[in-house]
Each structure stands twice: as C-alpha cells, then as structure tokens.
Design a protein around this ligand. Structure first.
Ligand SMILES: [Zn+2]
Length: 340
C-alpha cells in the first residue's frame, strides 16, 4: 500500500530465512482484514509503500536450523501476529504482547497478501493443520488467523457465559464472529447492532437473537428497551470508532463489561461518571492473542461445530487484491479471500 486507496501488486525478491527461528511459507490462502481498511482510508502517501496482509495459511517451504517441529510440506495456519509461545506474556495467554513477537508487514517482515512470507518465531507461531484437510474447510480454518478468534477474544475477555445478555456493536466480519463466539460460550441473548441486512442476517445464522439497526442515542435506547431498561451484561465492540465506544458505554449495564477488539481510532475517550465509573463498568479488550485459542478451535471447525468461514463472500486473485480492498471498503462485500 502506497497511501490511502493506493494498493499495487509488485514483484519483489522471495523471502529467505534470516534468523534460525524463521520459516518461509508459501501462502495458499489469505484475505483482506477490516483493519487493513484503516490505512486504506488514511495512510499518507509513501515512496516505499508498506507490505499488507496478516491472515494466511499455507505450506512450509523452508525452516531455519532452530525450527525442529516443522518441516517443508507442512500445512500451517498463522496467527496474525508472530510470537515465541514461551515468554511470560505468551504463557499467560497474551501472545500479541510477546517479548520476541511482532507484526507482519512491519520491521522487515513481509505481508501475507503475497505468494510467500517469512515467519519469525516459526515454532511458536505456526500451527499445523491436517495435511489431508478438505479444501472446503480452508476458508473457515483461515478465520482462525484473525477474524473468528478476534471475535472469540472479545467474548472471552467480556466473560460471556450462560445467562448473559451480550450486545455486539458492529456487523463487520469481526462483529459477526463475536456473535458466533458469544453463542459458543452460551450467551442467553445476543443483540447485534448493525444496519446492513445481509450482514445481520448472517449474524442471526451465527446466533444473534435480536438486531438493532438504529445507531447513536436511538440505538442505545433500543437496546435498553430490549433489556427492560437494564442494559447488557457484556458489550463486544468490534468497530474501533468513537461512536461505537459511545454506544458501548451507553448500553452496558451496571457492573457490566465492555470488551473492545475494533482497533481504536482514538486515544482519548470518556471514562468518567457518565460513561464507565457511574456504572461500575469494566473496559477491556485489545489485540487478540489468537495463538492462545487456535488449537482448541481447529477441531471445532473440522467437526463442523462452527462454520466461521461464512464471513467470506468474495474471492480475488493476488493480482486483483486492489479490487478486494475496493469491494470491502465500499461495503459491497463483507470479507474477501485472496488466493495467490
Ligand atoms: Zn512470547
């Protein structure tokens, strides 16, 4: 990406092993993330450009000398951030804060919207998939790189469980994934705030019991009405813009939890008496440590218990990835697969 709206496909040298802990993976399936749309809107024009993409699965081509548990030919899925899986933060389940971790597309590591990618900390990062997995399962398995497990992280941090009323703010792919995860965790009532009917229909398939199309104060009033004026035990905020946060503290009930996984596009936000403090509300969430959840989710996908790949409604070749961005940005499509 060379700036807002400026996505180009270029020939670059193949990645190679740099550190003994690296692997090189041939990407077989990638996708465009809602978070890729933030720079697509706002990135200043740049001479060098930035490699893009952080969700992929593929086949290991090469491993460094220190990587003993992966071999060329292994089918793997990668979390959207790399991590050693051994440092104190990884052991506590917060792999996105790994002491030796980092992000794809930054610091000399390439992006996943590519034919090949170098994976640092490969042993800690990559998770093997069965080599004979049916190709129809791959989109759902790809969602474990980010989108589904980001929704799951929101629900996990929000302490979703049986008997809880959960409101999900945002009908993008992460919001819909949060609905599916909340359903998995036993939420009693799931209110989805979104106004694109094709998306909220998928939200109902995933387990939403109510849909609120209104936004702002009207939307807050509607959720309060649905909950007998009490508000929601848990709010999963999957947008990242201030109005979504305002809706979140507007609908959270006293003692409730707001869990955010939409990357905040703000640094300052209300936390005082009128928002969080007066309600004893808890605010949490952050970049999802999907590595912590991925191994448990793979069998759920393979058994058909969950089908999170339903969020994909378009596919482009790598050459057409710019069109993939356009389709998502214009909201013509929910989430776009990229097949190198
Ligand atoms: Zn770590």
């Amino acid at each position: 990406m060379y700036g807002a709206g400026d996505v180009r496909v270029e020939e670059v040298p193949d990645p190679t092993i740099v550190e003994p802990t690296d692997a090189v993976v041939r990407v077989t399936l990638a996708c465009v993330c809602g978070s890729d749309l933030h720079p697509y809107h706002s990135m200043p024009a740049s001479e060098e450009g930035a490699p893009m993409g952080h969700e992929f699965l593929g086949v290991v081509e090469q491993v460094g000398d220190a990587v003993t548990d992966l071999a060329p030919g292994d089918l793997v899925v990668s979390p959207f951030a790399f991590s050693d899986n051994t440092c104190p933060f990884c052991r506590e389940g917060f792999h996105t804060a790994c002491q030796h971790g980092g992000w794809y597309g930054a610091g000399g590591v390439g992006g996943a919207q590519a034919e090949k990618i170098r994976v640092p900390q490969a042993s800690g990062t990559l998770v093997k998939l069965p080599s004979d997995v049916d190709a129809s399962m791959l989109p759902s398995l790809l969602t474990l790189a980010d989108v589904y497990l980001t929704g799951y992280h929101a629900a996990h941090m929000g302490q979703v469980g049986p008997g809880k009323t959960v409101t999900v703010v945002g009908d993008g792919a992460v919001g819909l994934s949060a609905v599916l995860a909340a359903k998995q965790l036993g939420a009693e009532r799931i209110i989805l705030m979104g106004r694109h009917q094709d998306r909220t229909d998928l939200g109902r398939t995933f387990g939403a019991t109510h849909v609120v199309a209104e936004r702002g104060e009207e939307g807050v009033a509607k959720v309060l009405e649905l909950t007998g004026g009490e508000g929601s035990h848990v709010v999963l905020e999957a947008v990242g813009h201030m109005p979504a946060y305002e809706q979140a503290y507007g609908v959270v009930r006293p003692g409730g939890v707001i869990s955010r996984v939409g990357v905040p596009q703000y640094e300052e936000a209300p936390i005082g008496f009128g928002s969080l403090f007066g309600k004893n509300a808890t605010l949490n969430g952050g970049p999802a440590p999907v590595r912590a959840y991925i191994e448990a989710a793979i069998p759920q996908v393979l058994s058909g218990e969950i089908d999170p790949g339903l969020v994909f409604d378009a596919e482009v070749s790598l050459d057409d990835v710019a069109e993939g961005y356009r389709l998502m940005d214009s909201r013509e499509r929910l989430k776009v697969l990229v097949r190198p």
